[in-house]
Design a protein around this ligand. Structure first.
Ligand code: ATR
Length: 292
C-alpha cells in the first residue's frame, strides 16, 4: 500500500515510551480494516503547541494527548489562530485527550474531546455494574478525577462524594459540576469524614498507586462495596485494591479496561466506527502479565 493512503495518528506525551496507545489503536485499525499509522511522539515540555501545529501541517489526522499535556490541549481552544472546537465533556473536564483534524470546505477545523470519563463508565458497565441510583465515592480531586465526573453524573447515581486529602480541591470540583449534577447529591469530603459512610462503588482517581503509597481511608467504608476500581493498573493489584478486597469489597478492577475503552471512544471520534474492545482487553491484559 502507498504511504499516502495511510492516515496518520499519534500519541503525544512526556514521557511517552510506556504508552500502550499504539498497540491498542493499531489493533482496532486491523480489526476494522482502517488504513492508519500510529506512533509515539515524545514532546519537549515547552513545545506542545508547536508540535501540534507541525503534526497538523504535515497532514496528520488525529492525536491522543497524554501526561502532562491534557490541560494544554484543552487550553488550545483559547488560541484564536487554531479554530478549535471543544466537545462539551472536554470543556467540563478542563482537559482534552483526543484531537481530530478535519478539512471542511477548505478550512482546517480541530476538534478536541475527552474520552477518559466515558472510558471509565463503559468499563464499569462491561464489568456488569450500573452507576444508576448507586452511592459513588470518587477518591482524588486532580486532573484524573475531574476528567471522569461529568460522565459519572450523566449515569444518574444517587450520590457522588468526592473525597480528597486536600478538601479545597474537592470543593472546587463540586462547584464546577454543581450545574450538571441535577438530582445527584454531589458533596466534597476529607478522607477522615468518610468514617461511618457506605458506598456501592469506590473509584480511586488519586495518583497514590503510582508511588505505591496507601490512602489514609477509614477501613469501614469498604464493607458494603460491590466494586472498588483503581484507575491505575499494573501486573498485580494496587495497594488500594488489595486493601479494598481485604476490607470486604466484593469485586476489584484496575484501570486497564478504562484505557482500552477510552481508546475505543477516541477511535470512534476519529473514524466513526466502534471496534470490538473485548479481544483487545484480553490482548492488553496478557501483554501486561508477560511484561511485553
Ligand atoms: P492527576 O492529573 O493524576 O489527577 P494531580 O492533579 O497531581 O494528578 O492529582 C493527584 C491526586 O492524587 C490529588 O487528588 C492528590 O491529592 P491532593 O490534592 O491532596 O494532593 C492525590 N494524591 C496523590 N498522592 C496521594 C496520597 N499519598 N494520599 C492521598 N492523596 C494523594
Amino acid at each position: 500500500m502507498k504511504e499516502s493512503l495511510i492516515d496518520r495518528y499519534a500519541v503525544m506525551g512526556n514521557p511517552v515510551a510506556h504508552s500502550r496507545s499504539p498497540d491498542i489503536q493499531l489493533a482496532f485499525a486491523a480489526q476494522t480494516g482502517q488504513h492508519m499509522s500510529y506512533e509515539r511522539l515524545l514532546i519537549p515540555l515547552d513545545h506542545f503547541v508547536d508540535h501540534v501545529q507541525k503534526f497538523r501541517e504535515q497532514g496528520g489526522h488525529g492525536l491522543n494527548i497524554t501526561v502532562p499535556f491534557k490541560m494544554q490541549a484543552h487550553a488550545l481552544a483559547h488560541d484564536p489562530d487554531l479554530h478549535i472546537q471543544l466537545t462539551e465533556r472536554a470543556a467540563l473536564a478542563g482537559a482534552a485527550n483526543t484531537l481530530r483534524f478535519d478539512n471542511q470546505a477548505n478550512e482546517e477545523v480541530i476538534s478536541a474531546d475527552n474520552t477518559d470519563g466515558v472510558g471509565l463508565v463503559r468499563d464499569i458497565q462491561r464489568l456488569g455494574f450500573s452507576l444508576q441510583a448507586q452511592r459513588i465515592l470518587l477518591l482524588g480531586a486532580g486532573g484524573a478525577a475531574r476528567g471522569v465526573i461529568g460522565p459519572i453524573l450523566a449515569e444518574r447515581p444517587l450520590s457522588l462524594t468526592i473525597a480528597n486529602r486536600n478538601i479545597d480541591r474537592a470543593q472546587v470540583l463540586v462547584q464546577i459540576f454543581s450545574d450538571v449534577a441535577q438530582n445527584v447529591a454531589l458533596t466534597a469530603s476529607t478522607f477522615a469524614d468518610l468514617s461511618g459512610q457506605h458506598f456501592d462503588i469506590i473509584i480511586n482517581a488519586t495518583s497514590a498507586s503510582l508511588s505505591g503509597t496507601s490512602l489514609a481511608l477509614p477501613d469501614t467504608i469498604f464493607v458494603d462495596t460491590s466494586l472498588a476500581y483503581d484507575m491505575m493498573y499494573g501486573a498485580t493489584p494496587t495497594e488500594f485494591l488489595r486493601n479494598a478486597s481485604r476490607l470486604g469489597t466484593k469485586r476489584i478492577a484496575d484501570g486497564l479496561g478504562m484505557l482500552v475503552e477510552q481508546a475505543a471512544e477516541s477511535f470512534y471520534f476519529w473514524r466513526g466506527l466502534r471496534p470490538d474492545t473485548l479481544p483487545v482487553h484480553a490482548q492488553m491484559r496478557s501483554a501486561l502479565q508477560t511484561g511485553d
